[in-house]
Design a protein around this ligand. Structure first.
Ligand SMILES: NC(=O)c1ccc[n+]([C@@H]2O[C@H](COP(=O)([O-])OP(=O)(O)OC[C@H]3O[C@@H](n4cnc5c(N)ncnc54)[C@H](OP(=O)(O)O)[C@@H]3O)[C@@H](O)[C@H]2O)c1
Length: 310
């Protein structure tokens, strides 16, 4: 009997069960900058990259946590692991982190933007941004921009955006990015930040054509991490007693990120969305290139980049 194919919007259900691709390509000596490396998906990525002998640069906000992980990885894999502090809820701090990276690393081979969060309530950063928009979209947008010339000089180089199937929750309103004029709904706020990131990923990919630098986005699987642990007691109770029991080990996220960062067959692939390692079509809102050009310009302005970056 012919297998019934799911509609595009539901194909992620099939991809969740698919056999994922892996690679044993070496990453020896490759400098891999990873945000959100102190937990969950980012942590699993640096563990896998360390096993592939990469030089790890953790971009994170919590020095104590990072130093503990640094010690463990160095002792297990004997690779260099450096720490760069940067708080993604503060664009000034993102700039400082980028300055340190540019000063210390003459080359960057891989940039993985994994830091992220889901908040059920609307929180506003000191700079006036809705927190999810800032951490999930504006901060990695700014960091990527600031490192772009270094990545180009290091070509071939790869950028990977840890995005989410949660982009399908939608919620992006270009006239109300900070949720000032609508009631804030956590999942829609999360979805909006992820749609914004996807739309700008296609813009980055176009601008990077011919540079030897690729950029792709991915969903890291439905994995048991600390995401959501910042929310209220009822949410946390449900997360710990129900949701976590349905989720997988983030080792699958690390393996997928390693594939996207290292596999030879990924060398020239750019501007795509992957469910772990399976190429997948995002929701139509995230493919609207007119909106993409608008959110690009708005993001350039909000992050204080110059007109040449437009
Ligand atoms: N888990 C899933 O099933 C799933 C599904 C889809 C997408 N994702 C995406 O995967 C990415 C990583 O999330 P996760 O699941 O691994 O969650 P996680 O375990 O909570 O890890 C989030 C990471 O982001 C960092 N972070 C959060 N806020 C930050 C800030 N203001 N400045 C700097 N770093 C900050 C955290 O640092 P601390 O350690 O200091 O808290 C941590 O390292 C996110 O982009 C998320 O949207 C996850």
């Amino acid at each position: 009997m012919a297998k019934h194919k799911l509609p595009d919007e539901l194909i992620f259900i099939e991809n969740r069960r698919a056999i994922q691709k892996t690679t044993s390509a070496s990453m020896a000596g490759k400098i891999c900058v990873v945000s959100g490396a102190t937990s969950g998906v980012g942590l699993s990525a640096i563990q896998r990259l360390a096993r592939g002998q990469a030089h790890i640069v953790m971009v994170c906000r919590n020095l104590e946590k990072a130093e503990h992980i640094q010690k463990e990885i160095v002792s297990e894999f004997n690779v260099p692991v450096d720490i760069v502090l940067s708080d993604f809820s503060d664009l000034g701090s993102v700039r400082k982190g980028a300055d340190i990276l540019l000063r210390n690393y003459p080359r960057i081979d891989v940039l993985i933007n994994s830091a992220g969060l889901h908040s059920t309530t609307r929180i506003v950063t000191q700079e006036g941004f809705e927190l999810g928009l800032c951490v999930n979209h504006l901060a990695p947008f700014l960091l990527t921009h600031l490192l772009l010339d270094r990545l180009k000089q290091s070509a071939p180089a790869r950028i990977i955006q840890v995005n989410s199937e949660g982009h399908r929750f939608g919620g992006l309103d270009l006239a109300d990015l900070n949720w000032e004029h609508r009631p804030y709904i956590g999942l829609r706020g999360y979805g909006a930040s992820k749609v914004a990131q996807l739309l700008t990923t296609w813009e980055f990919a176009d601008r990077l054509k011919g540079s030897g630098v690729t950029i792709n986005a991915m969903h890291p699987g439905d994995v048991k991490t600390n995401i959501g642990n910042n929310n209220g007691p009822l949410y946390r109770w449900f997360l710990h007693h129900v949701t976590w029991h349905t989720l997988k080990d983030p080792v699958i996220s690390g393996e997928a990120l390693y594939y996207l960062a290292a596999a030879l067959e990924m060398a020239d692939v750019s501007g795509r969305f992957f469910h772990l390692t399976i190429d997948e079509r995002p929701t139509p809102q995230a493919l609207d290139r007119v909106a993409g050009k608008q959110i690009w310009r708005i993001s350039v302005k909000l992050t204080g980049l110059s007109e040449e970056d437009d």
